[in-house]
Design a protein around this ligand. Structure first.
Ligand SMILES: NC(=O)c1ccc[n+]([C@@H]2O[C@H](COP(=O)([O-])OP(=O)(O)OC[C@H]3O[C@@H](n4cnc5c(N)ncnc54)[C@H](OP(=O)(O)O)[C@@H]3O)[C@@H](O)[C@H]2O)c1
Length: 170
């Protein structure tokens, strides 16, 4: 099982504002869906605040095992497994036979899992946006960029973006 991070960040590494995404990016949502569903059976791992940010009618994210990180041992969620620590999320992924474990945010969960990630799927949003949630954790010296794809003037996207895949250097 591979552990992969997927995130979108602006030029200042902002990822969120007021409990939500600070942009609408149709192309990125489509890619997110396709990658995290994949060909096999995958899991998505998210923080409790990111779970809460998904409208009820859209959660759990379909066709994926949803794992929500929380320190609340009494928390029970319809359609999602709750994990109290990072190793537990990984254990659930293995025991359910997942091919990929996708770390889908937010900032606390990206920080927690970054040392364990094999790949980062990064969408850089070419703008400086007002936001209250930042993820500064990626040291680009530690990663090799294997794919880089510019998406400019896309219909349904608030901003231009570049999608890159980063692989951890040996
Ligand atoms: N741009 C992107 O790609 C992207 C992706 C996802 C989310 N976001 C944005 O990011 C923001 C949310 O991020 P956030 O950092 O505020 O919250 P978050 O990471 O989604 O969730 C934080 C919660 O996770 C739980 N948690 C944290 N560390 C844990 C640990 N070590 N063990 C067990 N549980 C742990 C805690 O839940 P309890 O309080 O229940 O204990 C904590 O309150 C939103 O604005 C969202 O829209 C952006």
């Amino acid at each position: 099982m591979k552990i992969k991070m997927i995130l979108a960040m602006d030029e200042n590494n902002t990822i969120g504002n007021d409990g939500d995404l600070p942009w609408k990016l149709k192309s990125d949502m489509k890619r997110f869906r396709e990658l995290t569903i994949g060909d096999g059976f995958n899991a998505v791992v998210m923080g409790r605040k990111t779970w809460n940010s998904i409208p009820e009618k859209f959660r759990p994210l379909p066709d994926r095992l949803n794992i929500v990180m929380s320190r609340d041992s009494k928390l029970s969620l319809q359609g999602a497994e709750v994990a109290l620590y990072d190793g537990r999320a990984i254990e659930i992924g293995y025991s359910e036979g997942c091919e990929d474990l996708w770390i889908i945010g937010g900032s606390e969960i990206y920080r927690l899992f970054l040392p364990k990630c094999d790949e980062i799927h990064l969408t850089r949003v070419h703008e400086k946006i007002k936001g209250d949630t930042v993820f500064d954790g990626i040291d680009h010296e530690e990663w090799t960029v294997t794919i880089s794809e510019k998406l400019f003037n896309q219909s349904g996207d608030d901003y231009d973006t570049t999608y890159s895949v980063l692989i951890r250097k040996d």
